[in-house]
Design a protein around this ligand. Sequence first.
Ligand code: ADP
Length: 190
Amino acid sequence: MESEEDDMDCAPVVPNIKRDAPNILITGTPGVGKSTLCKKVAETTGMNWLEISKIAKENNCLEEYDEVYQCPVLDEDKLMDGLEETMCQGGNIVDYHSCEFFPERWFDVVFVLRTDNTTLYDRLIKRGYAGKKLEDNVDCEIFQVVLDEAKNSYKENLIHELSSVTPENLEQNLEKIYLWIQHWFENNQT
Ligand SMILES: Nc1ncnc2c1ncn2[C@@H]1O[C@H](COP(=O)(O)OP(=O)(O)O)[C@@H](O)[C@H]1O
């Protein structure tokens, strides 16, 4: 739940000022196709692609290394503070495999990419995942952990689940996102 104080961070001094462009969150289990999709959206629209894992690494926002899950643990507060100004400006497409710690007010829409487990398994094997890391990520997708996380963190009407199995899906998803962006600008003209 957001605190009142948290709510004020991005709140304009003059009420009802809106962002000039929307902020989009693309989330889903590792390997579902977030980077592939974000890269294309950024190239086509000029939106600012924020790869959270990369940004965290470049800005020393990683704490210790989780040996069990074989991944670094994020210093979420430091990362959020560093991104606040950029997010307040709008026009960002945020790419991360988790979504519950971002401030809800940052996003105008949330797309959760989904695959079937065989597809995800093959993609993660190709990426070199093995053992518990492989198993846990496939389980994460089977049990729709990221989708549930999104549903618990954002208003239901902001969340769109997108199938990301085939190249045709990619094209369809891009179309949906472009249409959504177009509608946002039509509805938010100053
Ligand atoms: N819609 C799709 N159809 C087929 N392959 C895809 C699709 N989206 C992504 N891929 C492939 O799946 C792999 C993982 O995609 P990636 O974008 O790196 O996932 P993520 O960023 O979610 O970890 C890559 O090899 C990519 O080419």
